[in-house]
Design a protein around this ligand. Structure first.
Ligand code: EPU
Length: 433
């Protein structure tokens, strides 16, 4: 299938029904980064079929791993690793490409990797990763856009993170499993994806304590064993579908989720006037009137997720009264703002905050996704807007949403994927002369 597509949405339907949530992109990427620690075959179930995961698997093949797919499972054999010289093509698009460094170093003693990229939502340095690996005994140099790392034997270390970075916690925790001695990570992230990675590592024989608290301790072992694990469901895709229900004044249930992962969102939606219910593995949000404006501030887990800030802003664009959405994690996760304004929203940026004056109606427009979650925000706005919305740059959305348009269609949304070329020929309105 061509990578160049648009999503064409006819707004105005009330979304109703349930969605079975696919595997988590961010948990999958964290686990895949740790797979080369295992000299043998790892079998993963429920790996999401999203673009970032496909790219990551291709990159892993470059380092000598073999990947086999079956019905509902993927096996990665990391027995024979090689310290390949890998080009930027598979590394720049995704940030977690860099998180392979620690595992490859622990196994090979020497590795180089181009500097990572990822969604353009802020500077996104990797200094915590580098400092942590250096404390474990790695020598790392950045030259011509490539990190070159080597070590004799990685050793346990005391690491304090200046910010509870999900990625640095995952990368350093995984690497520490194959060091000599004890590693302590203080001010560690508590994101569910850190827990998912720890479950995988423990299943392979790692010794890890304190996951889910701000201090994690890892006692290094000689080797990790082949194992089988299941990638948990994606809390961020789940939140997006709940918001699709809220923005269309509908009633959406997400199934296969851990309700506690939706607590921050659900409580903010309740504050805005929505109704929510939950069971042991499902959450439902329903809404039969216009929401009220509220304040939202992103925080590390269990705070309100930065990844849901943009979709939430789309919902608040239609709420009654004023809202403020404050982003504290990334300095420029704001690509949705100008596009939502193009659809009739009334939003402006002030420092790290988006100030929103709710409007009664948005109207469909041709808009461009600038990153993954901005794309999700535009799709949500399109579902609620009057008339037709066309979202371009769908490849950003494909990074982290599996079958987004199919799930939304099943809920009653009118949304279809069209190859860009076909849309340009058949549907695109002639540009004004
Ligand atoms: N940071 C540093 N130095 C570092 C690492 C992080 O300054 O060495 C800063 C970042 O610049 C950012 C903050 O720390 O300001 C938090 O970054 P974190 O490391 O927690 O984020 P990440 O691991 O790069 C993951 C997710 C993001 C999600 C964040 C926060 C993956 C692949 N990505 O990124 O997901 O927003 O955690 O929860 O797991 C997305 O899915 O759309 C996405 C961007």
């Amino acid at each position: 299938m061509s990578e160049l597509n648009v999503l064409r949405i006819q707004g105005g339907q009330r979304l109703e029904g349930s969605v079975e949530i696919p595997g988590s992109k961010n948990a999958a990427l964290a686990i895949l980064s740790a797979v080369p620690l295992v000299s043998g075959v790892t079998r993963l179930r429920n790996l999401p079929d999203v673009r970032d995961v496909r790219i990551k698997l291709q990159l892993m093949e470059q380092y000598g791993m073999t990947v086999t797919h079956g019905e509902g499972w993927t096996e990665i054999d990391a027995t024979h690793l090689k310290a390949a010289e890998v080009g930027e093509g598979l590394v720049r698009p995704i940030r977690t490409s860099f998180y392979l460094l620690g595992a490859l170093l622990a196994r090979l003693g020497k590795v180089s990797l181009p500097a990572p990229g990822g969604c353009k939502i802020g500077a996104r340095p990797v200094d915590f990763h580098i400092k942590g690996l250096e404390l474990m005994g790695a020598k790392i140099e950045l030259e011509s856009g490539h990190y070159h790392a080597e070590c004799e034997q990685l050793k346990g270390a005391e690491i304090y993170l200046d910010f509870p970075s999900a990625g640095a916690t995952q990368h350093l925790m995984a690497t520490a499993t194959l060091t000599h001695g004890l590693t302590v990570i203080q001010n560690a992230a508590m994101e569910p994806e850190v827990l998912a990675l720890a479950d995988f590592l423990k299943g392979a024989g790692a010794k890890i304590d304190g996951v889910g608290t701000s201090t994690i301790t890892i006692t290094g072992v000689e080797a990790l064993q082949p194992s089988e694990s299941r990638v948990p469901e994606d809390r961020l895709q789940a939140s997006t579908y709940l918001l699709a229900g809220a923005i269309t004044q509908g009633n959406v249930t997400v199934i296969g989720v851990m309700p506690e992962h939706q607590m921050a969102l659900v409580n903010k939606l309740r504050e805005a006037g929505a109704e929510a219910e939950e069971g042991h593995d499902w959450v439902r949000v329903s809404c039969n009137r216009r929401l009220k404006g509220i304040r939202v501030k992103t925080m590390p887990y269990p705070g309100f997720p930065t990844d849901i800030q943009q979709p939430m802003a789309a919902v608040l664009a239609l709420a009654e009264g004023s809202s403020v959405v404050e982003e504290t994690i990334y300095e420029s996760r704001v690509g949705h703002v100008s596009e939502l304004n193009r659809m009739g929203a009334n939003m402006r940026l002030e420092g790290r905050s988006t100030l929103i004056e709710g409007v009664e109606q948005m109207s469909g427009a041709i808009v461009e996704a600038s990153d993954l979650r901005a794309g999700a925000a535009l799709v949500l706005a399109g579902l609620a807007a009057k008339g037709e919305t066309v979202v371009r740059n769908v490849h950003f959305i494909d990074r982290g949403y599996e079958n987004l348009e199919n799930h939304l269609s099943k809920l009653g949304g009118s949304i279809e994927r069209i190859p860009l070329e076909e849309w340009e020929e058949a549907y695109r309105p002639a540009s004004p002369r």
